[in-house]
Design a binder for this molecule. Sequence first.
Ligand SMILES: Cc1ncc(COP(=O)(O)O)c(C=O)c1O
Length: 407
Amino acid sequence: MSLDIQQIRKKFPILDREVNGQPLIYFDNGATTQKPKEVLDVLNHYYEYYNANVHRGIHTLSQEATDKMEESRRKVQAFVNAKHEHEIIFTRGTTEAINLVASSFGELLVEGDEILITQIEHHSNIVPWQLLAQRKKAVLRYIPLSAEGILDLSQLDQLLTNKTKLVALNQVSNALGVVNPIKEIITKAHQVGAKVLIDGAQSTPHIPIDVQEMDCDFFAFSGHKMYGPTGIGVLYGKEELLNLMPPYHGGGEMIKEVNLDFSTYACLPFKFEAGTPDVAGIIGLGAAIDFINSIGINEIHDYEMSLIDYTMQRLKTLPEVEIYAANAPHSGAISFNLKLDGVHASDVGMILDKKGIAVRTGHHCAQPIMKFFCIPGTVRISFAIYNTKEEIDQFIEGLKTAIRMLA
Ligand SMILES: Cc1ncc(COP(=O)(O)O)c(C=O)c1O
C-alpha cells in the first residue's frame, strides 16, 4: 500500500510554519515528534468537556475521564501486545519508567549483585543504575563496543554470571540510530536468571513492538517521541515481577488502606501510580496510538526505512561526511560529522537552521559513546512519518552549503 504522505502532513499544523523565512523541515524527531491534529484536539476536548480527577469521583465527569484513561491503557496494552492491561504503568516518560525499575526492582538486589548495561545508552539508562549500584553496593558492568561503535557481544557469556540480576539496554540507540540485537541478549540473560529491561524510547515510534514475543521483563517508552504529548510515558512489566516489587512513590491512589502505623497497597497497576496522573497526557497518548494505527506501524516502518536508505545513499556520496556505524542496521536516525578540521556539529546545525532545517547536534545525552569516538558530539538527522525525500534533498543541499562555508 502506498502512503499519501501529503495527506498525513496536513494533519500536523506546525509543518505549515516557516523558520528563518524558509518552510520548516523537521528532522529532530528523535528528540520529540510533532503532534497531529487528532492528538491536539483530544487534549483540548478533555479540558473543555470532561476535565476531572480520575478514579475518585462518582460524578459523571470523573467517570468519563476515568473511562477514557483506562481505554488508553488498553490501547497501550494492544500497541505493545502486553498480556494484561495492569502490566501497563503510566509514568512521566522513559526516564521515570527506568528510575521506577532501578528504585523498586533495585530494592530486591543485595551487595555484590551485578547489573549489566551497554556503552551505548542514553544517560537515563546509565545514571539510575549507577545510583542503584552505589545504594546497594552492586556492581555495574558494561557490554563493550566494536571499533565501529556497535555492541560487541563476544564477551557476553563472560559478562553474564549467576550474579547478574538485571540487564538494561536500548532497542535503538538515540545517539547513532543503530538497532541492537536485543533478542539474543534477552535469551542469554534469561539463561543465567537475569531480568531484562528494554529502553524502547527510540523504537516504539518506528518498529512494531511485541513484548511477549520479545520476552523482555520490562519495556520503557515516552509518548512525546511517538506523536503524543510530553510528560507521559509507559513502563510495561511482567505481572509476576511487578507484584514482587515494592511501591515506587507513596501517596494517593496507590494504597488499599492507610493506618497511622502502616499501610497496605493497591493492586496493579495502581500500586505504581501514586498521585493524580497526567490524565490529559494519557488520553493524548491513546490518540497518538490511534494515529499510528490509522497508518499502520508496519507501513510507518517500511516508509521510514526508505528514508533512511535514501539518506545513507546520499550522505555516502559526500566525501567530507563521516557516518557513525554506517554499515549497522539503522532505524529512525543517522548520526554523522564533517571531516573538516575545527568544525563542530553545532556549526552544521546552525547553518541548517538558517535554511529552516531542524537537526540535533551535540552528545544526545549519550556522553560515553561520544567519548568512545573521542568527539564532543554528532549531527543527528531523525525521521518521522511526515518527512519526505524532497526534504532530504534540501537537507543534502544545505549540507553542501555548510561544507563550502566551513571548509
Ligand atoms: C534511548 C532513549 N532513552 C531514554 C530517553 C529519555 O526519554 P525521556 O526524556 O522522554 O524520559 C531518550 C530521550 O531522548 C532516549 O532517546
